[in-house]
Design a protein around this ligand. Structure first.
Ligand code: FE2
Length: 377
């Protein structure tokens, strides 16, 4: 059994206000901090005010990165923009897109990459060799991606019609700061799709080929918390205690899949998001129940997984997930997502991301993917 996760975790109310003290573990006051946020409504938010007060003793350069599902072109442009100064620390405040961009920058800042093609090659080569990395702190404003706890970053490459993954074993965050004040204004639909993304991270990690007793403990904990509290949070989105619970659940799911990666549900979701614009968490959640049933005979501790979902079968898990999707205003059929029947073959053809589909406990065939897609149509 092997498990490695070096992220220093600071979780709970007040963690954000303590960011100055947290940051000083990696960069002394007065040193240069590159702060990356999503901009837009964040600029006037109480979260930003608390953040800037906490970093008052640092030389902060702030960059807004208001891009969802960033493309390699977007990150190359950001890299060009911030290059030219040395930074002692990167602080990323946002959802998965901001954190994945920051994570890629943490590695690419020390290179002389000056083009999209150069960055594409750098990402594809990944991290088998030691490279200088800038320490970074992840502060999620959605509860779901788990990016603050994993060493890889999703970068889309629409020109090549694929999803890249920048992966380096040392590119974990130095620290993750999970504070419920950061997610209080997260819209209902994003709250639900992000939490279902986290539930998928946990479930897929539970049955992934590299699952272990450590990751499985995190998986079950995450699923229990989401199942027990997500509906209440959807009804009471201002409840800080519930925000804190779901924030921690997302982190626990991140800790689980940081060592196992995800499987077929994520793999099939990528073309659904890339080509048809379905938000990541909703795209993953659509197939979770069906692939849970598909994997049933290969998952040891399957009953524990069902029990964590408070369900008696994968069909009941699917029903609960779909009820949450509807609460968030999401369609629960592919047709409802604006996908045409003839598009199913495109999704199937692009559903086999290396390291994800082949990480499923049961081998995944095109026929199996197509069957699930037809059922969901
Ligand atoms: Fe995900």
């Amino acid at each position: 059994m092997e498990f490695y996760n070096p992220v220093h975790i600071f979780a709970g109310r007040g963690a954000l206000a303590d960011l100055g003290r947290i940051a000083s573990r990696w960069a002394l006051p007065g040193s240069r901090v590159l702060l990356i946020t999503r901009g837009m409504d964040f600029v006037e938010s109480p979260v930003r005010r608390t953040l800037m007060e906490a970093l008052a003793l640092y030389d902060v350069r702030e960059e807004e990165f208001p891009v969802s599902n960033p493309d390699v072109i977007d990150i190359a442009a950001l890299l060009t923009k911030v290059r030219g100064r040395a930074y002692d620390l990167i602080v990323a405040v946002g959802g998965g897109s901001v954190m994945d961009a920051a994570k890629t920058l943490a590695a690419a800042l020390h290179t002389d990459i000056s083009s999209t093609d150069g960055l594409r090659r750098f990402i594809q080569q990944g991290g088998t060799r030691p490279i200088p990395l800038t320490p970074w702190i992840g502060i999620p404003t959605t509860s779901g991606t788990g990016s603050e706890a994993t060493p890889w970053a999703t970068v889309w490459d629409r020109e090549k019609e694929c999803k890249l993954s920048f992966s380096h074993p040392d590119n974990f965050a130095a620290a993750a700061v999970i504070d419920p004040m950061c997610t209080l204004t997260c819209p209902l639909s994003l709250t639900i799709s992000s939490a279902l993304d986290a539930a998928a991270h946990a479930a897929e990690s539970y049955w992934a080929r590299r699952t272990s007793e450590v990751t499985r403990a995190f998986s079950l904990l995450a699923i229990r918390l989401i199942r027990e509290h997500l509906e209440a949070l959807a009804d009471h989105p201002d409840d800080e205690r519930l925000r804190e619970i779901i924030g921690k659940a997302s982190l626990y799911a991140g800790l689980a899949f940081s060592n196992t990666k995800t499987t077929v549900c994520h793999s099939v979701s990528y073309p659904i998001t890339e080509k048809f614009g379905v938000p990541h968490g909703a795209a993953v959640a659509l197939t979770l129940g069906d692939f849970m049933a598909y994997n049933k005979d290969a998952v040891s501790g399957y009953d524990d997984l069902l029990e964590a979902f408070r369900c008696g079968s994968a069909e009941e898990v699917k029903d609960w997930i779909f009820s949450m999707l509807r609460k968030g205003g999401f369609a629960t059929t592919l047709r409802g997502c604006g996908i045409r029947e003839e598009d199913l073959s495109y999704i199937t053809a692009h559903a086999f991301t290396k390291g994800r589909a082949d990480n499923n406990p049961v081998p995944v065939t095109e026929e199996a993917v197509m069957n699930v897609l037809k059922r969901l149509y």
